[in-house]
Ligand binder design. Structure first.
Ligand SMILES: Cc1ncc(C[n+]2csc(CCO)c2C)c(N)n1
Length: 218
């Protein structure tokens, strides 16, 4: 069995919690207050700027040209692709200087955790830390569209959900997961057990990011 699937299985209780999280439920129904979405968009833009640097550490440590090709396409997918949707919302909300905003503590802690693993580890550890971010959004998008197709279609935020629930994003995630599985194949059981824990810790930080985005106070 794919080791990536095994890691997901080890964190599925957390992933299930994302789908029922009030932020995502209200994003789906359209009831999400704009202030909360705005906070998410600003914090997520800051997150993406720093998240791309984790891949850059992977690029520094990549042993082959093929590994470098994967990492460089992930960097451009984050800095250009993923950030584009945020940029559109930043303009719509009239946010001018998001880069001057501070990272909220949950956001900073998540990024510090991934960067620490990236600096200490090699590509298998780096991917265990960054995969929940990439793959959980695919899971969330697909599950929301499967469970609430009409609400998603009518939501003012449908584009945000549909991007992640799309077949093209699913295929991208499948190929990233297949690449990660080539890294995991030769590893010892002990190292794999540690990787599952890294994946779970990052999944837990994803949940804290949703909590941070939803809470009442700034
Ligand atoms: C907190 C947070 N977690 C996950 C993502 C999703 N995401 C981040 S980069 C990327 C593209 C692949 O590198 C995707 C799908 C996000 N935006 N914010």
């Amino acid at each position: 069995m794919s080791f990536v699937k095994e890691m997901i299985g080890h964190s599925m209780d957390l992933w299930e919690g994302y789908v029922s999280h009030p932020f995502l439920q209200e994003l789906t129904s359209g009831a999400l207050p704009q202030e909360k979405l705005k906070r998410y968009i600003v914090q997520d833009s800051l997150y993406l700027r720093e998240y791309a640097r984790i891949f850059a550490v992977g690029l520094l440590k990549a042993p082959s040209m093929q590994d470098m090709a994967h990492l460089s396409s992930l960097i451009s997918g984050t800095v250009q692709g993923e950030y584009l949707t945020r940029d559109r919302y930043l303009r719509e909300f009239g946010v001018k200087d998001w880069e001057a905003e501070s990272l909220l503590p949950e956001n900073q802690a998540y990024l510090d955790y991934m960067m620490g693993e990236a600096q200490r580890g090699e590509l298998p550890e780096i991917f265990a830390a960054v995969l929940p971010c990439m793959l959980s959004y695919c899971y969330i998008g697909r599950e929301l569209m499967r469970r609430y197709p009409e609400q998603v279609a009518a939501s003012p935020y449908a584009d945000l959900i549909q991007d992640y629930g799309s077949d093209s994003y699913y295929e991208l995630c499948r190929s990233d997961a297949a690449y990660a599985d080539t890294l995991y194949g030769p590893l010892s059981l002990e190292r794999k057990a540690h990787l599952k824990e890294i994946f779970r810790t990052a999944s837990d930080y994803e949940m804290k990011f949703w909590d941070m985005s939803y809470r009442e106070e700034m």
